[in-house]
Design a protein around this ligand. Structure first.
Ligand code: NCD
Ligand code: ZN
Length: 346
């Protein structure tokens, strides 16, 4: 008999859907697995107003293939000029559920991000007051700071002082990659949580350089040393309730990845839940997959978990080498390899 595991339908608490033809191509992969997703606002131009967020949400809903059940949860892109009252109004109106902090220059489409955390202090104070979560791309950006140290430096230089000034702020340390970030979140209050991607559970930094430069293993924050991967795995599978699923699926056209200056981002939406299942199985923690994927995120965000159930079967499935549904080919995470689990179709 095939081994199976049935869990509540999961959600993705960190996702890049892009826009236009790319969004239409990638959306069904997420909607196949996840009931809801926190949709990142780093479009070009970024989603800084409630009006733009509502229009983007409507475009996503319009692109959803008939019969698929999926709800996008929108976010605001913070800039030096974000206004506390606008932020609160969009939250009160149910247009966005959180705001995203991109330190300027940290990653894809972050040029309009925040240049100094102090500049958004009034916005953060408002978010603290109304219970609106701040989602942080937790990396410092100075050229003299080594790329592998940028997440750890963010803790001392940005997160600690910020949370000292705003102790009641709901704060998500997005896509953590280090022992330092896992420890910081574990030691923090219940208002502090973290998302974890499949790739940061499965690859260390060797993957980027094995046999040559591998652009499809390049994302930000960049994969770290093995010791960090192991610490992040322990956090994800340890059952603390503070670490939950966020794929950070970040599609870029194959041509934009395989270029002299390849974009950061790993497109993991096609087999994300299967990859997480592998990790939890390897850690002897399949019984905790449901909490990580389907319960701890909703609890943090104050949203009810999904009622539907999905089943994963221990059946091998091959990840395609390339996905060609849109205008440009995409190379998915784990392209051409076998996944040990398969999401049974409903
Ligand atoms: C993301 C993207 O491409 O939008 N890239 C990535 O490497 N993760 C941005 C981000 O989340 O840093
Ligand atoms: Zn991201």
């Amino acid at each position: 008999m095939v081994e199976t595991i049935t869990i509540r339908r999961p959600d993705d608490w960190h996702l890049h859907l892009r826009d236009g033809a790319m969004m239409e191509a990638v959306l069904p992969y997420t909607a196949r697995q996840f009931a809801r997703a926190i949709v990142m606002p780093n479009l070009s131009p970024p989603v800084t107003t409630a009006k733009a967020a509502a229009a983007y949400r409507d475009r996503i809903n319009a692109a959803l293939p008939g019969g698929m059940d999926f709800t996008p949860l929108m976010t605001a892109y913070l800039t030096d000029d974000s206004d506390p009252e606008d932020m609160a109004a969009g939250f009160a109106d149910g247009i966005w559920v959180a705001a995203k902090l991109y330190p300027a220059g940290a990653t894809t489409n972050s040029a309009s991000g925040v240049t100094d955390i102090r500049k958004i202090d009034a916005v953060v104070a408002k978010m603290e007051e109304i219970g609106m979560p701040l989602l942080a791309h937790g990396e410092v950006t100075q050229d003299h700071v080594d790329i592998f140290d940028r997440e750890a430096r963010f803790i001392d230089e940005v997160a600690v002082p910020l949370l000292k000034r705003h102790p009641a702020l709901k704060f998500v340390f997005e896509h953590i990659t280090t022992r330092d970030a896992a420890q910081f979140v574990a030691d923090g209050s219940d208002r502090i949580a973290a998302t974890i991607t499949p790739q940061h559970l499965q690859i260390n930094r060797n993957a980027i350089f094995k046999g040559g430069i591998n652009p499809h293993a390049y994302c930000l924050p960049i994969a770290k040393r093995e010791e960090h991967r192991l610490a992040v795995r322990a956090a994800a599978t340890g059952g603390s309730g503070k670490f939950f699923l966020g794929t950070d699926s970040a599609p870029h056209a194959k041509s934009a990845k395989e270029s002299a200056c390849g974009c950061a981002g790993i497109f993991n939406a096609p087999h994300a839940i299967e990859a997480y299942a592998e990790v939890f199985e390897e850690e002897g923690a399949l019984g905790r997959l449901e909490a990580f994927a389907s319960l701890d995120g909703p609890r943090f965000y104050g949203i009810v978990p999904n009622e539907e159930r999905v089943t994963l079967e221990k059946v091998e499935v091959e990840v395609p080498a390339e996905i060609d549904d849109g205008t440009e080919p995409l190379v998915p995470y784990r392209a051409g390899t076998m996944m040990r689990w398969r999401l049974a179709s409903a």
